[in-house]
Design a protein around this ligand. Structure first.
Ligand SMILES: Nc1ncnc2c1ncn2[C@@H]1O[C@H](COP(=O)(O)OP(=O)(O)OP(=O)(O)O)[C@@H](O)[C@H]1O
Length: 373
């Protein structure tokens, strides 16, 4: 596995072609939750960009803030959430903080749409599949009953539901889990959203159905040109299906890069640990992330320093005192990492080698056996 710094020809081409404006811009987003234990810093200074028609994968362990990030973009945060001053989310040039509650209904469905892990979150159990679709279509697109029915059947067919006329009159519980998720996708795309957020859309499904649903999302994205954020624990899911990947850890993005580049030139030791934990890279779409030794840090009043320092084989004294920010890599302006000792740099390689030889990091934590330079 190369962690060298030489630029990839493909990546340079992507960079050159990538001068178009960002469609979604998230800037210094901080979402904290008031709890009896203190302030939970679920999202703590996230910067992201997504261009029109692109798919961004957001990957990280449980609790890293992926869902809170997507809910902040959708403006559906829990009541105890506090979005801190200075946070900014712009969609197609519009600052979402300036969209008033009345206009949120237009935002949901027409501009932004979401597919959740559990289809029953988005489907109402006591209303037929067809009625749920036609109500959405009539509300947002002002279609009459006949046109809405025809469009609903077309959408059910588009998402691969057999005998859509028959399914139209069925209730969600009469469908399999995979079919229910197809219905939620039909609902989510019914008003041609500009951005679709799919939050762990296949976690509740068996492997074969997972593939079908992910491929369906990919095909719909490609044919419609919408932008998509695919949130997952599963690096295999994002490996073949995204343009860029953002790796999240403890409420922050610690690395962001074009997908191929992230796998070949990862800079952050956490990204490397995630990739190393995959048993078979040649079959990534079947592979779930293995857990990384140690536990993510507390996000209630976190100590100073890099949040990954206690688990990081490259950690130095500095990492426990100062918090690294995302810095663009010298060889690709679309690749950034938040690390004082990035992989593939002389200082990063020296730090890692020294720690491995000593068996302990300068931050005082043991380096586990099996970790390589
Ligand atoms: N309403 C809330 N009140 C307090 N803490 C919350 C609330 N919602 C989320 N959190 C906390 O915010 C952190 C980030 O949660 P989030 O659901 O975004 O993680 P995630 O990366 O999506 O994890 P998973 O993959 O398990 O869903 C977690 O520590 C979670 O417990």
């Amino acid at each position: 596995m190369s962690t060298g710094t030489e630029p990839y020809v493909d990546d340079v081409v992507v960079d050159d072609a990538g001068q178009q404006e960002s469609f979604l811009e998230v800037e210094n987003l901080r979402v904290w939750f008031g709890t009896p234990r203190g302030m939970v810093r679920a999202v703590d200074g996230v910067d992201l960009q997504l261009r029109k028609g692109e798919t961004l994968g957001v990957v990280g362990e449980s609790g890293s803030g992926k869902s809170v990030l997507s809910r902040a973009i959708m403006k559906i945060l829990a009541p105890n959430a506090r979005v801190l001053d200075g946070s900014r989310i712009r969609l197609d040039g519009v600052d979402l903080a300036t969209v008033n509650p009345k206009k949120n209904r237009h935002l949901w469905g027409v501009d932004l749409s979401m597919v959740f892990q559990d289809p029953m979150t988005s489907l109402t159990p006591v209303i037929t599949v067809g009625k749920q679709l036609t109500e959405t279509l009539r509300y947002h697109l002002d279609l009459d009953a006949k046109a809405a029915r025809a469009e609903a059947v077309r959408l059910l067919r588009l998402v691969g539901i057999p005998e859509p006329e028959k399914r139209f009159d069925q209730y969600p519980h009469e469908l399999s889990g995979g079919m229910r998720q197809r219905v939620t996708i039909a609902l989510a795309i019914s008003c041609s959203p500009k951005l679709l957020i799919a939050d762990e859309p296949t976690t509740a499904l068996d492997v074969t159905v997972q593939h079908q649903i992910l491929n369906l999302l990919r095909d719909l994205q490609a044919s419609s040109g919408m932008s998509m954020i695919l949130i997952t624990h599963d690096l295999g899911v994002v490996a073949g299906r995204t343009d860029n990947i953002a790796v999240m850890y403890a409420g922050r993005v610690v690395e962001m890069a074009p997908t191929r580049r992230l796998f070949s030139h990862m800079r952050h030791p956490y990204t490397r640990a995630l990739i190393d934990a995959i048993p078979k890279l040649d079959h990534p779409s079947h592979t779930r992330l293995a857990s990384i030794p140690g536990r993510p840090p507390t996000i209630v009043d976190p100590p100073p320093g890099c949040s990954f320092a206690a688990r990081c084989p490259s950690a130095q004294d500095r990492c426990t005192k100062e918090t690294p920010t995302l810095v663009t890599t010298p060889d690709s302006e679309r690749h950034s990492a938040a690390c004082f000792f990035p992989l593939g740099t002389p200082e990063g390689d020296v730090a890692r080698r020294r720690n491995i030889e000593a068996g302990v990091t300068a931050a005082g934590t043991p380096v586990l056996s099996g970790v390589t330079v």
